[in-house]
Ligand binder design. Sequence first.
Ligand code: ADP
Length: 305
Amino acid sequence: MGNDTAISIKNLVKNYNGTEAVNNISFDIKQGEFFGFLGPNGAGKTSTINSITGIANFNSGKIEVFGNDVVKDYRKARSYIGLAPQEFDFDPFLAVFETLVYQGGYYGIPKKVCAKRASALMKIFGLYEKRKSSIKSLSGGLKRRLIIARALIHKPKILILDEPTAGVDVELRHYLWDFLRKLNKDGTTIFLTTHYIEEAEKLCGRVCILHKGKILEIDDKRKLMKRFAKSQITIGLKDALRKIPGNIKQYNYKIDGKNLVFLEDKIKVNEILKNINKNKIKIVDVNIESSSLEDIFISMVRKNG
Ligand code: ADP
């Protein structure tokens, strides 16, 4: 394993009393990646994160973080990771500032340094005014900001985010997206779990699609979209067709009133138009809509039951 591998997962299996949550998955995440871990509810995403971060024991397999075994070298491996879990797990009796400073203490960071970093993080996340407020008094959005700030107090090389924008309003979501982009650009490896596909489409380089504890696909987002994307090509005709020309039948088409609609690779548009022209059919309009990562994800999950 090279030094540039941030997380290496080999043959990970995680069961809960007979329920196979993660079923023999393997993949590596390179340093500097913005990696998207996608899957419907129950796919095994949180179980995988819990295995990486030592929250849960796994049944078999091996996980390394920058070459450190997460079981044998737990503290070292864990020190590289900042985790923002999906469920808020704060001490409700602590104030915002204390929450950040205490967290730094777990990583052996001197109190003075923690206090400085906590102030900086509170400013970035718009929490400074609330520094003395108890967690109990914070809104859901502010708690979400705090959980991400807390994950960053020890300046981790890897940030793991489990559904970071669940229940977050549009404005904060965009703020977080910009922040994460910048953090990644500045060198932090990001492992993002989401079932919100638009988020992955906007942020991630490589994505892994997990379903029923197994990897369905893992690839560069653009390559994945190229491999699976079909476009909907709608060709508006002057007159409705009475008969389908022979050279059109080879495509995946349907007739919708005066429109001929194709579900095909975008590259075929030219060829389709030429074939229509050969039949002297008058075209009045052409419209192409590309499928999104979400379309691909949904069709992949459906196909696999
Ligand atoms: P995801 O994060 O993708 O929603 P999870 O890892 O939470 O998926 O869950 C994967 C599977 O493991 C699901 O079938 C879930 O019901 C089961 N599971 C998760 N946690 C537990 C647990 N503590 N006890 C029993 N089963 C669990």
